[in-house]
Design a protein around this ligand. Structure first.
Ligand code: NDP
Length: 246
């Protein structure tokens, strides 16, 4: 456990999967946590209940990350409810696969809007609300640097873009002691990438540890990077992939 007492956090895409795991772990470590979600209200309410079960304040805000106006309003609402933001976790993201020539404009736009543009706009909206010494943590992917099969270029490009954000913003925000890092998972068992099924049968043998990661494992790294223990880590892009990208 880390000590996040008296901290506030906003996790985008916190209703399910990795984002839900992060939101609940940050609350378990002492933070009040707001989440955004796209449409799954029941799942969002379940995450809030789990946050509150740790005795922390929880809040769910419906805000499509691809809608810049809604995203900015969601960030403002979270900051108002929590009394500022210490920890901003950009987690909401999507993945679609298609080789070049077989990737539609709509699929390209969807990934760019949510995986890249929302990280930019969410950060610019949050910065006025963030206290000095805060954290910006971006859930990227090992596909930022490892593309082990055809059809993953656009998704990988979005994750390479946010890796560059992490490095560049680490320098931009160092004067405020806001530390910025990217967390780059390999395959993690979620609705987006279930650990069973035909895709998993291809992926699992490529992972050195021979299994998918869990949301709890990604949440543990996120909590560490959010904590005072990680005070000299900024601009890092840290793989958490069970040896998938070796
Ligand atoms: P899931 O699809 O399981 O969960 C996605 C979450 O994001 C949900 O809470 C969903 O809300 C929310 N969301 C989806 N679209 C939007 C949107 N337009 N606006 C706001 N919120 C949205 O995904 P994962 O947990 O697997 O992935 C989370 C992140 O981790 C992504 O950035 C992904 O690229 C990254 N990642 C995942 C890996 C994996 O193997 N799972 C590996 C490497 C990286 P709702 O419930 O309302 O739909």
């Amino acid at each position: 456990m880390t000590n996040l007492s008296n901290k506030t956090a906003l996790v985008t895409g916190g209703s399910r999967g990795i984002g839900a795991g992060i939101a609940i772990r940050l609350a378990a470590d002492g933070a009040d946590v707001a989440i955004t979600y796209a449409g799954n209200q029941a799942a969002a309410e379940a995450t809030v209940a789990a946050i509150e079960a740790h005795g922390r304040k929880g809040l769910a805000i419906k805000a499509d990350g691809a809608d810049t106006t809604a995203l900015r309003a969601g960030v403002d609402a979270a900051a108002a409810a929590l009394g500022g933001i210490d920890i901003l976790v950009h987690n909401a993201g999507t993945a679609e696969f298609g080789t070049i020539g077989a990737t539609s404009e709509a699929s390209y736009r969807k990934m760019m809007d949510l995986n890249v543009d929302a990280v930019f706009h969410g950060t610019t909206a949050a910065l006025p609300h963030m206290r000095d010494g805060g954290r910006i943590l971006i859930i990227g992917s090992v596909n930022a640097h490892t593309l082990p099969f055809p059809g993953v270029a656009t998704y990988g490009a979005t994750k390479a873009a946010v890796a560059a954000f992490a490095k560049g913003w680490a320098r931009d925000l160092a004067g405020r002691r806001i530390l910025v890092n990217a967390i780059q998972p390999g395959p993690v068992d979620t609705d987006l990438n279930p650990a069973s099924g035909p895709f998993a049968q291809v992926m699992t043998p490529m992972i050195a540890l021979g299994r998918y990661g869990t949301v709890a494992e990604v949440a543990a790294l996120t909590a560490f990077l959010a904590s005072d223990e990680a005070s000299f880590i900024t601009g890092a892009c840290i793989d958490i992939d069970g040896g998938f990208s070796l």
